[in-house]
Design a binder for this molecule. Structure first.
Ligand SMILES: NC(=O)c1ccc[n+]([C@@H]2O[C@H](COP(=O)([O-])OP(=O)(O)OC[C@H]3O[C@@H](n4cnc5c(N)ncnc54)[C@H](O)[C@@H]3O)[C@@H](O)[C@H]2O)c1
Ligand SMILES: O=C(O)[C@H](O)COP(=O)(O)O
Length: 389
């Protein structure tokens, strides 16, 4: 039986993937084998003894102490692309709300209560000029980060008749395949910023992107550009953005992350982190996260981890030994020697590494004793060991 502790509300579509005979799932569990969560900010104290994996039903893992997990051999998963369409669609809304004062127009009509139909008609026709805007067609969109979301946003904007410029110095081959060849490549952030009427951010919250939209970056924007940030709050220096809004250097800031300094301004539109909050995205993320956890806990396979290598080995015996270790020489050979000393035959095996972590799957012919498992745990640089039967 594996114990899964959930944080946040996880879609039933995902929860129902776990068979009740093999998994117990609850929000109150003391010694969890795995955690399943969305944006809940994990503390180090949430990483209980015996924890094997954490699955983030979503994209961003900035709420998880990933480095600490790697040191402890805890596999961290996310669900790349599972909520990308939801974010793409909210960006479409953001672009339209940026181009036209639809919110102002709606509020204006709301204020007409008490008027008769003729008065409303007169007010609407006289007042509407305050809310006119521009079309997206023909404007330039700069997309910073062309991963699962950025690529979809870029392709969508081309369909709207926009010119699209993208910037992503670490574009993966998979993302490049998804991206239309009509997206123009910017050599650096500044060259994207100074050509764009709208700029949308789709980069992860990591050290390298912290404060990416800084005072210096703001100087590169076209006068009166509109900035959309549905990625994370840390990517934007809010003092720089509010100063730019004050001078008109930026026309609007549209974001999914509320902050006190943004409230009450007419030039900001702020959503309560709604980007991935559609039924479809919640179902997709939860299902993907659940299936990744299940295959890892039941078979030791790893797909879509942010700190471990991808690895898949078809089961060939009833005894599967998995272990992770610091990525240094001789660990695997030392473990194999221990098995050989006990005359235990390895039928199939796979070893993969990523950065400082190596992970191994060994299908063996017979059950290892508890003493042997303990000996493997004692091998220098081994972080953790599991026997999956
Ligand atoms: N508002 C929401 O509800 C919501 C929903 C989903 C994701 N997000 C945020 O959006 C982020 C992106 O999601 P995704 O699914 O597209 O992730 P992704 O990993 O598929 O794509 C991120 C892209 O950013 C690129 N990148 C990294 N550093 C960069 C830099 N310095 N400059 C330019 N590009 C850089 C990467 O190479 C990658 O292609 C997530 O990390 C998350 O923080 C927010
Ligand atoms: O990184 C993500 O996937 C989004 O920010 C969604 O977060 P949520 O699952 O809390 O809506």
């Amino acid at each position: 039986m594996f114990f899964i502790k959930t944080f946040n509300k996880i879609s039933n579509n995902g929860l129902n993937c776990f068979s009740r005979e093999n998994f117990e799932i609850a929000s109150e569990i003391n010694r969890a084998d795995a955690l399943l969560l969305r944006s809940h900010k994990l503390a180090e104290s949430d990483l209980n003894e015996g924890l094997k994996a954490i699955a983030r039903a979503g994209a961003g893992v900035n709420n998880i102490p990933v480095q600490r997990c790697s040191e402890r051999g805890v596999v961290v998963f996310n669900t790349p692309g599972a909520n990308a369409n939801a974010v793409k669609e909210i960006i479409l809304a953001g672009l339209l709300l940026g181009a036209r004062d639809l919110v102002g127009g709606l509020q204006f009509v709301k204020s007409m209560s008490g008027l008769n139909e003729a008065e409303m008609h007169t007010q609407a026709e006289q007042g509407k000029k305050q809310f006119s805007g521009c079309e997206l067609h023909g404007k330039t969109l700069g997309v910073v980060g062309l991963g699962a979301i950025g690529a979809q946003v870029a392709n969508m904007a081309l369909e709207l008749g926009m010119r699209v410029i993208g910037y992503d110095p670490a574009l993966s081959v998979e993302s490049a395949w998804r991206l239309s060849s009509r997206v123009e490549k910017a050599e650096n952030l500044a060259s994207l910023l100074n050509k764009s009427d709208f700029v949308t951010l789709h980069v992860p919250a990591i050290e390298a992107t912290k404060g990416m939209i800084s005072n210096d970056a703001i100087k590169q924007f076209q006068e009166g550009a509109i900035l959309l940030n549905f990625a994370r709050e840390t990517i934007v220096d809010l003092a720089a953005v509010t100063a730019a809004l004050n001078t008109g250097a930026l026309k609007k800031y549209i974001t999914d992350f509320p902050a006190p300094e943004l409230i009450g301004r007419d030039d900001t539109l702020i959503f309560p982190h709604l980007g991935a909050s559609t039924q479809e995205a919640e179902d997709n993320c939860a299902t993907m996260a659940a299936n990744q956890l299940i295959d890892f806990l039941m078979n030791g396979n790893i797909k879509n981890s942010v700190n471990f290598p991808s690895i898949y080995l078809e089961r060939s015996t009833g005894y599967r030994l998995t272990f992770c270790n610091e990525n240094v020489p001789k660990v695997l050979s030392n473990v194999l020697s221990l098995l050989a000393d006990r005359n235990i035959n390895v039928i199939d095996m796979l070893n993969k590494s990523r950065d400082q972590i190596a992970y191994n799957i060994l299908d063996i012919e017979e059950a290892p004793s508890d003493e042997l498992l303990d000996e493997i745990r004692q091998v220098q640089h081994v972080i953790n060991v599991r026997l999956i039967e």
